[in-house]
Design a protein around this ligand. Structure first.
Ligand SMILES: *Cc1c(COP(=O)(O)O)cnc(C)c1O
Length: 374
């Protein structure tokens, strides 16, 4: 084995066996094809490695946010269909077509831009129509979608592969919004039926839809965060069995005794009431570990849970181990399990006052990823 590219003790382990388990689990639950969402560096897990593994596991389709992400996947040898979910600019259309990426068409104007670029290249574009049913982000409003849909059906330069919308409140099993959005979406789909054209793939469900709203599954589902074994919201019902794909660990880099009353870290916001043992961990907000966890977060060392004390710095933070022992190079778990205890992304997010998505995508390239369970 060649030496690891980085000797940095802080690393993210990506458990690909759990990713495969989650894909199987979601597919068994919904019984329709899955578009695995891998935008934002596959929610921090590594765009290319995750996409290649999902492809090896037979995922039907992948979804990314930006054309650049799609091109990176094609260049890495990903061959399954890829839909770019974001809004497009006319100048990008040729890139989509040349890299065999499926285009989200979210207005009549953009449809015309796609047609013009496709005609100029002499190659048809594969498109999915985006209908807005209540998110007010991108897409033609469902209540005025008819001319848009008819133009797409009639287009000579576009292959109409899909029609979709996005749910605004699916994380909340109680929300009446999802039912309304589904109804508006199906009304838009009815315009296609009336033209007599074959119905393209209808897809609507994100992770929340997969968990809570079977009626939204339709012809394909688009789970992101659930694929990585994380619940979208504390209110989520755990109706699908998934396992966390990411763990994050570091090592103790320093040990000292802090005397009673002496403050720790920037701003001098924390001091022990009695002499205590404090260890330093070499990861900080420069890695995407939230500064909001200052004096709030927790880590696992030697199977025990200990509090972060004082402010999280850019590259380091301190942990109070009280009268216990810890040694340089001891493993420190920030996300994942050690002994009988576990720190979840969901709990971390709650302590930091953010959503789990932000924790995952925030962990940046300064932390090496290690792929396990292949
Ligand atoms: C990000 C995204 C998803 C996946 O959302 P999750 O909540 O992570 O499941 C699905 N569809 C669209 C259009 C998205 O932008």
């Amino acid at each position: 084995m060649p030496p690891a590219a980085s000797e940095r003790p802080t690393r993210i382990a990506v458990h690909l066996d759990h990713l495969a388990f989650n894909l199987r689990s979601i597919r068994a639950h919904v019984g329709v094809p899955v578009m695995g969402i891998v935008k934002a560096n596959a929610y921090g897990h590594g765009l290319v490695s995750v996409a290649l593994h999902l492809q090896a596991q037979g995922v039907e389709q992948l979804g990314v946010a930006f054309v650049e992400e799609g091109i990176a996947l094609r260049q890495a040898g990903v061959t399954v269909p890829i839909l770019v979910l974001g809004g497009i600019f006319g100048r990008q259309v040729a890139q989509f077509i040349l890299h065999d990426l499926e285009i989200t068409v979210s207005s009549l104007d953009k449809l015309r831009q796609v047609e013009a670029a496709a005609q100029a290249l002499g190659r048809k574009a594969v498109i999915h129509l985006k209908v807005d049913t209540g998110m007010e982000r991108i897409g033609v409003h469902s209540y005025s979608a008819r001319p848009f849909i008819e133009a797409a059906v009639a287009s000579n330069w576009c292959i109409l592969k899909g029609i979709y919308s996005h749910l605004a409140c699916a994380d909340d099993p109680q929300s009446p919004m999802t039912g309304q959005q589904l109804e508006r979406f199906l009304e838009a789909c009815a315009h296609i039926e009336r033209t007599g054209a074959p119905m393209p793939l209808r897809h609507l469900a994100n992770s929340g839809g997969v968990l809570h709203f079977p009626a939204t599954w339709l012809d394909m589902v688009r789970p992101g965060i659930l694929l990585y074994g994380v619940q979208p919201d504390p209110a989520s019902r755990r109706s699908v069995d998934v396992r966390p794909v990411m763990s994050l660990a570091s090592q103790v880099v320093y040990f000292k005794v802090v005397k009673a009353g002496n403050t720790v870290s920037y701003g001098a916001t924390w001091a022990p009431e009695r002499d205590t043992r404090v260890v330093t961990i070499p990861i900080g907000y420069g890695d995407g570990y939230p500064r909001a966890l200052s004096s709030r977060g927790e880590v696992l060392i030697r199977g025990h849970r200990y509090p972060i004390v004082g402010r999280v710095c850019m590259d380091q933070f301190m942990v109070d181990i009280d009268q216990d022992s810890a040694w340089n190079e001891d493993e420190v778990v920030l996300i994942g399990s050690q002994g009988d205890d576990v720190l979840t992304v969901e709990a971390l997010a709650q302590q930091a006052g953010v959503i789990p998505y932000e924790i995952l995508v925030g962990l940046n390239d300064r932390i090496p990823r290690e792929y396990r369970g292949i």
